[in-house]
Design a protein. Sequence first.
Length: 418
Amino acid sequence: MKVLVSAYACEPGQGSEAGVGWNWVRQMSRFHELWVVTRAKNRASIEQQLPKAHLLNVHWCYLDVPSWLRLWRKQPHGYLYYYMWQLRAYGLARRLLRQVSFDLVHHVTLVNYWTPSFLSLLPVPFLWGPVGGGESGPLAFWWSFSLRGKCYEVFRHLARRLGESNPFVRLTARRAALGLATTRETETRLRRLGCRTTSVISQVALDAEEIARLGTLRDGASDVFRVFSIGDLLHLKGFHLGLRAFSRLHSRAPQSEYWIIGDGPERARLERLAGQLGISRSVRFLGAIPRTRVLDNLARCDVLLHPALHESGGWVTLEAMAAGRPVICFDVGGPATQITHESGVKIHAVSPRQGVAQLAEALERLAMDPDKRFQMGEAGRRRIGEHFSWDKKGSLMAGIYSGLAESHFQRAPQAVVA
């Protein structure tokens, strides 16, 4: 098949949006011929990697907006810049369509459901996603956020509502032959926008080499039960709830520690909270540390506590599972689709008090049951190998491509088919 891919963010060796774009392109080039439209700024890193990546079926189309508009890349004008880039991508796609008979158009990045893709206007079957962003922190938890966190949630909610009312976003949803959502919450919003056919597929996965490296991490011999969390220290990560849950565990199991890896604007508040709870000596804020040190510390820990209240992905949960560590999380967002009851514990996010109590209960159960931790860890390893390797994701998407092409062929008028 000949596929036109919109990948605004696409860079090798990166996480987040850029890594998602690069890995989807890398996987789909195993099966089909791709024309990838991406930002001109990504060119150097992509071409540096091409001799190693062997992406023989990819035609790269680098695109940028006029120089006088590039100042809009930074917030608060970032989305205006993205809209202008999308318009230019549409013009380029129209020109390409005169030369290439595309079977499918696939919007890969940005992974955001409340911004449109103008490539959906092309007379070609359009695949949207996986896109995310439909997740929200439960309102009952907002009072536990810092003032900064409350303001963030309010402005995010308003921005999302504004995006949903955008006629181009609604047109993108209606024209999508299939809308892929990263979470159940986003799938609901895609349907409200007019997406007729939807499915939930996580946008994140791990390379085979990464899975193998994480699989070599074994439990360190220690009498201390260590809980760890990894991520930017933001209100939405829920680390303030994690500290409260750990304090309850620590009162019953003094031989326990909580290691928090990452940095961010909430750090001072979290450190004060640890002092107020009387657990400062058992909580280690390790800051933002190199990848090798992250793995060294992960090998010395027993359970990942990931109390995030909304996120569409959740790379750290995959890494913990690949390393054979059970995961405790809320049953919301991306982690809810990744974790099963065999590989971890999912807590319903009803209220802060209920959430903290049940997080603490889950921690205590796993602290007292090493065999259960081992069983969950092994289940997590199997789940990563079966569902969250990039190779498996590529095969899954290849099947989706074929299904869309077949359904379009069946719907097409006979004269067009001929």
